[in-house]
Design a protein around this ligand. Structure first.
Ligand code: BGC
Length: 742
């Protein structure tokens, strides 16, 4: 830790030096501006600057900006230009006009591919973990780490920002996404994108929209009625995009109500650009462009990674008038104005070595708030340092490190596989829970390890210890879904056997999303750690030993089993279809099945709303998470017009800690939405025995419904139920207010 803080300090100094370099660069730009490049005047508005520059562009230069150069470093043998930084996407700039290249890097949970001549980046905890903190500050920090390291590596655009709603708990990419609830997901990912852009890096939010499962993602038709779509998946994007104003929005592979997302007039133009006023550019997911004229007219602004549709064919379509020049200018304008607005022209990244110590500390901090304590019978946790107890740690490669998610979100953190990770192969990173638990247990403690590969051996080891901590894992990746909610590789049997052998069993889960836990009644402690990131081993030990109070809350519902879900099986995923496993995310040219995923089954009732309407009790509800202390709620007051609510949170236990307080609203009957929905939350530190009064604002939009007749949002007159508490299933404060139509 000491080394980390020293390195951190020197980097702050280096940061100052870089800032002043940046300032020097602005004045160079301004000098040029005084000459024949007026758009280089940083004092002007980005739209005006873009317009001035576009006037000087040739048709070929415009076309050059609206597509990538091909698969580049992603595919062996593909062309890689000299200026390509080594990321997933590259768009050459126009040096004669002072427009830099765009170097795009995947960065869902950290920068994916180390830039040319760089070595590594920080592996952050999963996005779903970050969202479990319900702490906007952690969302911002998450993005700020990504932005900082993109800059350090010479990238100027993130193509991270996973935002799809967790409708399908078995989706292989849920670890890149935030929540089943649009308000939580939108707020946390909005903060993330703001953090990225605070580094003068172009941010992105993806995959727009309804890319809620991987099976068949390249071809499936996601069907969802307009009102439900507006109030769920679209609302999440609307919130995040409104907050962050990201440079990019990446349209997804799938179809949405018939049309591919990247040529879907309704979602790209009518909603994103017109209703929400998005000023940035829409880039396609990699090979998610399917046409030239249709896509261009529907609102796609940049094809990635190649030029099959937006290269020569688009030029021709513009020349023969099928795509108006004004539309091409709009595409280019959106790209160039985003480059000016985020600062990538005036403050280009200056390469320097990534600071892995600072990154690791930030990752640990985020993970400490991400861990969710799901069960703590008899106060088995926190463990007591120095009590000399024999602890056995079992399974999950906990001796080696922590699991990370795969696909384009795979980060090559220090200590990963030499030469980088391989698609489809799980990677564990060196942040060993065993090491940190051993350190924290103290000198008298006996901490041992059993790999958990032989259930009988593990049970024997458990029987000899006073406490058994079983680490279970569920690897997840882009391009696959899990067919069930069960832990893979016989791990349920492992936990059962250990629990039978040792009454003091604690389970730590490293999963990409919700799993079933048939053994939950037979263990004393359960902690969800998600994919914990490079500071994960230490964060887990800090929470197990109570150096840090547990505070995370679930951003998704954990069902008892698949029968409780709106879709008991993943649509299209069966043992015999071709659209399963890694094939689900296959690329162009692969034989794909065109099937429908009917999201109207649950419609607006995503996640906890479905459970409420069906009167089903989940294994663990949305918003649930325990602490080593307890909190009591009182004194609910609602401000006029329900603009905010305030209440008191009292820490009734013996430890200080953070509480996440949640505010839900049930709309008037006429809304026909018979469920509560999250409309606000806050995370508050309360000292042991103390009380705090908190005020949570409620955005007027969250009290509205989408009217398909009016094609807009409206507040209905009637009685609104307001409930407050620490979990969607336990809301001690309740009141009702009458609101007028609006
Ligand atoms: C993924 C995107 C990613 C892109 C580039 C696609 O397969 O869906 O999330 O940004 O590849 O790597």
């Amino acid at each position: 830790m000491k080394i980390g803080s020293v390195v951190g300090k020197s980097c702050v100094l280096a940061g100052w030096a870089l800032l002043s370099l940046g300032a020097a660069r602005v004045s160079v730009a301004q000098t040029t501006a005084a000459g024949n490049q007026p758009w280089m005047n940083a004092a002007l508005d980005p739209d005006a600057r873009a317009d001035m520059m576009i006037k000087e562009m040739t048709l070929d230069e415009k076309i050059q900006l609206v597509h990538g150069i091909g698969w580049g470093p992603l595919r062996a043998g593909a062309f890689v230009p000299v200026a390509d930084n080594g990321g997933a996407g590259f768009v050459p700039g126009i040096p004669r006009l002072g427009l830099p290249d765009i170097n795009e890097a995947d960065s869902a949970v950290g920068v994916r591919m180390a830039a040319k001549d760089s070595r590594y980046a920080t592996l952050l905890p999963s996005v779903i973990g970050m969202a479990s903190s319900w702490d906007p500050k952690m969302g911002f920090l998450y993005g700020a780490v990504i932005g900082r390291e993109l800059r350090d590596q010479g990238y100027n655009m993130s193509i991270g920002g996973g935002m799809d709603l967790i409708r399908e708990p078995r989706n292989g990419r849920n670890f890149e996404y935030a929540s089943e609830d649009p308000v939580l997901a939108g707020t946390m990912v909005g903060e993330l994108a703001m953090g990225v852009q605070s580094n003068q890096i172009m941010g992105d939010i993806k995959h727009y929209v309804l890319n809620d499962q991987e099976t068949g993602r390249n071809s499936l038709n996601a069907v969802l009625e307009k009102r439900a779509m507006q109030e769920t998946d679209l609302l999440a994007f609307q919130i995040a995009i409104g907050m962050a104003k990201p440079a990019g929005v990446m349209c997804s592979y799938n179809r949405v109500n018939g049309d591919f997302a990247c040529e879907n007039q309704y979602v790209l133009t009518d909603v994103l650009k017109k209703e929400w006023g998005f000023k940035g550019f829409v880039l396609s997911d990699w090979e998610a462009t399917h046409s030239t004229v249709k896509a261009a007219l529907a609102g796609l602004d940049q094809e990635q990674p190649g030029d099959g549709y937006f290269g020569a064919p688009l030029k021709e379509a513009v020349q023969d008038g099928q795509v108006p020049m004004a539309r091409l200018d709009d595409m280019v304008h959106r790209i160039v104005r985003s480059m000016f607005a985020t600062g990538v022209v005036d403050h280009p990244p200056v390469r320097r070595v990534v600071d892995p110590f600072k990154g690791r500390e930030d990752a640990r901090k985020i993970e400490e708030e991400s861990l969710v304590l799901l069960k703590n019978e008899g106060g088995i946790l926190p463990l007591v340092a120095g009590d000399g107890k024999a602890i056995v740690i079992i399974g999950g490669h906990a001796d080696e490190g922590v699991l990370s998610g795969g696909g384009s979100a795979q980060v090559d953190a220090p200590g990963g596989r030499p030469g980088g990770s391989v698609w489809g192969r799980p990677v564990y990173f060196p942040s060993s829970p065993l090491q940190f638990v051993t350190e924290q247990a103290g000198s008298g403690a006996k901490v041992s390890f059993d790999a958990g590969t032989d259930v009988a051996e593990a049970a024997k080891a458990a029987a000899k210890a006073q406490v058994a901590i079983v680490f279970v894992t569920q690897w997840m990746s882009e391009g696959m879904d899990r067919p069930t909610l069960s832990l893979p590789d016989n791990q349920d049997a492992l936990v059962e056997a250990v629990a039978k052998a040792n009454p003091n069993t604690v389970v730590v889960l490293e999963t990409g999303g919700p799993v079933s836990m048939p053994w939950h009644g037979r263990v004393k402690g359960i902690v969800e750690a998600w994919f914990p990131g490079i500071g994960g081993g230490e964060a887990i030990a800090n929470v197990l030993f109570g150096r840090v109070n547990a505070s995370g809350k679930l951003p998704v519902t954990f069902a008892v089993d698949e029968a409780q879900l709106p879709h008991p099986t993943v649509t299209g995923l069966t043992a015999t279809t071709e659209n399963n496993g890694m094939n689900g995310g296959g690329f162009h040219g692969m034989q794909s099945k065109n099937f429908t995923v009917d999201y109207n089954v649950e419609g607006m009732k995503v996640g906890y709303k479905w459970f409420q309407v069906k009167d089903e009790t989940p294994l663990f509800p949305f918003g649930f998470g325990l602490s080593y202390t307890s909190f009591a709620y009182s004194g609910l007051k609602v401000a006029p017009g329900a603009e905010s609510v305030s209440f008191e949170v009292k820490n009734t236990g013996a430890r200080s800690g953070d509480e996440v307080a949640e505010v839900y609203v049930t709309l008037p009957k006429s809304a026909d939405e018979p469920f509560r929905k999250l409309v606000g939350f806050t995370r508050v530190w309360v000292d042991a025995g103390a009380s705090k009064t908190v005020t949570v604002p409620i955005q007027p939009l969250y009290l509205q419904v989408f009217s398909t007749e009016k094609n807009g949002w409206e507040r209905l007159a009637g009685k609104y139920g307001i409930e407050v508490g620490g979990s969607s299933a336990e809301l001690p404060l309740k009141t009702e207010v009458s609101l007028t139509a609006q």
